[in-house]
Design a protein around this ligand. Structure first.
Ligand code: COA
Length: 236
């Protein structure tokens, strides 16, 4: 299995540019089912490269978990591609009414399922950390949630994983709870926020729907940066 993504030019591209530290050109794209091998390879590589006492930061997932994710028509996956390799990814889960932790990879909801957007399985390849990739994925997740009318956002992060939960706090989320994961018993924080309607209107007016061009090339979708505004607006 390889983390190669050979069809990046045909994918919806949310953002592209140069990584601030490494300098590589990157594209943040929406992944599809044909990328499950690459997603799984990256997932496993990240766990493998974590020190033993940090392996629980990322839940090991069978291939069926990723297939089940894509089978849900209202859920998507974002990936960062550099030199045709998947170097970061996260899953965005939009639950349906009535769904519970058992349907949602163990996530314990704090709001109505049909109003919630969950970020799961965020991983950045160790060689690409510290380039703001997680921050970028969180920003696009918030945009995606608002565009789909999901006014509550949620992520679960191991309490010891400061490098991760600090990024959610920086993006304007708060720690709204903590519990033992029903999947592996690890202590996790619940980072969440309710997005205000006025703020959501602002996001959506500045965001264009993805488009395709005649050449089939990767098409950039314009997005604003909601995180600064989220930070500036205390939400309860
Ligand atoms: C947690 C994780 C997703 C962060 O990804 P990232 O792209 O490195 O995040 P960012 O670059 O946006 O920010 C990382 C922070 O660590 C700092 N950092 C500096 N050097 C770093 C390095 N070599 N490696 C990692 N982080 C570094 C960054 O400066 C930043 O802190 P700051 O915001 O105070 O400046 C990534 O470390 C990872 O994949 N970890 C293992 C899997 C995991 O824990 N996933 C999260 C599950 S909830």
């Amino acid at each position: 299995m390889s983390a190669e993504i050979s069809d990046v030019n045909g994918l919806v591209c949310l953002e592209s540019g140069s990584l601030p530290v490494r300098g590589d050109h990157y594209s943040l794209v929406l992944l599809q089912t044909q990328h499950i091998d690459a997603i799984k390879t990256l997932h496993e590589t990240v766990i493998e490269r974590l020190p033993d006492d940090q392996k629980s930061f990322v839940l090991a997932r069978p291939e069926s978990y990723f297939h089940a994710h894509f089978a849900r028509s209202i859920s998507v996956a974002m990936g960062v591609v550099c030199n045709s390799n998947l170097v970061a990814k996260c899953l965005i889960v939009h639950p349906r009414a009535g769904e519970t932790a058992a349907d949602l990879g163990g996530a314990i909801l704090h709001s109505a399922p049909e109003q919630t957007s969950i970020m799961q399985s965020a991983t950045v390849h160790p060689d690409f950390r510290g380039n703001g990739i997680m921050n970028m994925m969180i920003r696009h997740w918030l945009n995606h949630a608002v565009r789909h009318g999901r006014m509550h956002v949620l992520a679960e992060i191991e309490t010891r994983n400061k490098q991760s939960w600090s990024q959610f706090l920086k993006a304007g989320l708060n720690i709204i709870g903590a519990h033992k994961s029903p999947v592996d018993g690890a202590s996790v924080y619940n980072a969440g926020e309710r997005i205000k309607l006025t703020l959501a209107k602002d996001f959506t007016s500045a965001t264009q729907a993805p488009d395709s061009d005649a050449t089939g090339n990767c098409v950039i979708m314009a997005v604003n940066k909601p995180t600064d505004k989220l930070k500036a607006t205390p939400l309860h």
